[in-house]
Design a protein around this ligand. Sequence first.
Ligand SMILES: Cc1cc2nc3c(=O)[nH]c(=O)nc-3n(C[C@H](O)[C@H](O)[C@H](O)COP(=O)(O)OP(=O)(O)OC[C@H]3O[C@@H](n4cnc5c(N)ncnc54)[C@H](O)[C@@H]3O)c2cc1C
Length: 139
Amino acid sequence: MTHIAVIGAGQAGASLVAKLRSEGFEGDITLIGAEAVPPYQRPPLSKAYLLGDMTLERLFLRPQSFYYENNIALRLSTQVTAIDTSAKTIAIGDELLSYDQLALTTGPFRASCLRRPVARLAASIPCAISRTLTRWPPM
Ligand SMILES: Cc1cc2nc3c(=O)[nH]c(=O)nc-3n(C[C@H](O)[C@H](O)[C@H](O)COP(=O)(O)OP(=O)(O)OC[C@H]3O[C@@H](n4cnc5c(N)ncnc54)[C@H](O)[C@@H]3O)c2cc1C
């Protein structure tokens, strides 16, 4: 059976796996995310959620049961460390996971605000990162 691995359990990754199932893909799907929580919307982190006008449950794109019910293996707190496209394997630490097709939905994650020129100029000013739910509230 075809196995599609999706690296990056953000909005794009969650949308992709849901679309695969709704379009009738019956093979294996693994959605791998470095964060500890199921895929959620980031925009409210700086808007309704920040103001306290939105509950945590509404932040999640889908309930965790969605992934189970749709036979999507959701691997949270899982950092992919390497990809071998010749062998078609993904390294998760010492573990190797085989795939037939691979999607990268890792977003712009590496571009943290600390790397932006404006942040470098203001290096002495504490920089708040509100990109992720797990680092909430921003420090
Ligand atoms: C505070 C805030 C407010 C925003 N407001 C708006 C807005 O109002 N309007 C708008 O259009 N956009 C907004 N955005 C931008 C929007 O949220 C992003 O465009 C969107 O989240 C991108 O989704 P994505 O799935 O492509 O990437 P991401 O949401 O970045 O998800 C990528 C995921 O991949 C994971 N990942 C990365 N590398 C690995 C790895 N090696 N192994 C496993 N997992 C990995 C990351 O942990 C992350 O969870 C906002 C963003 C933030 C942070």
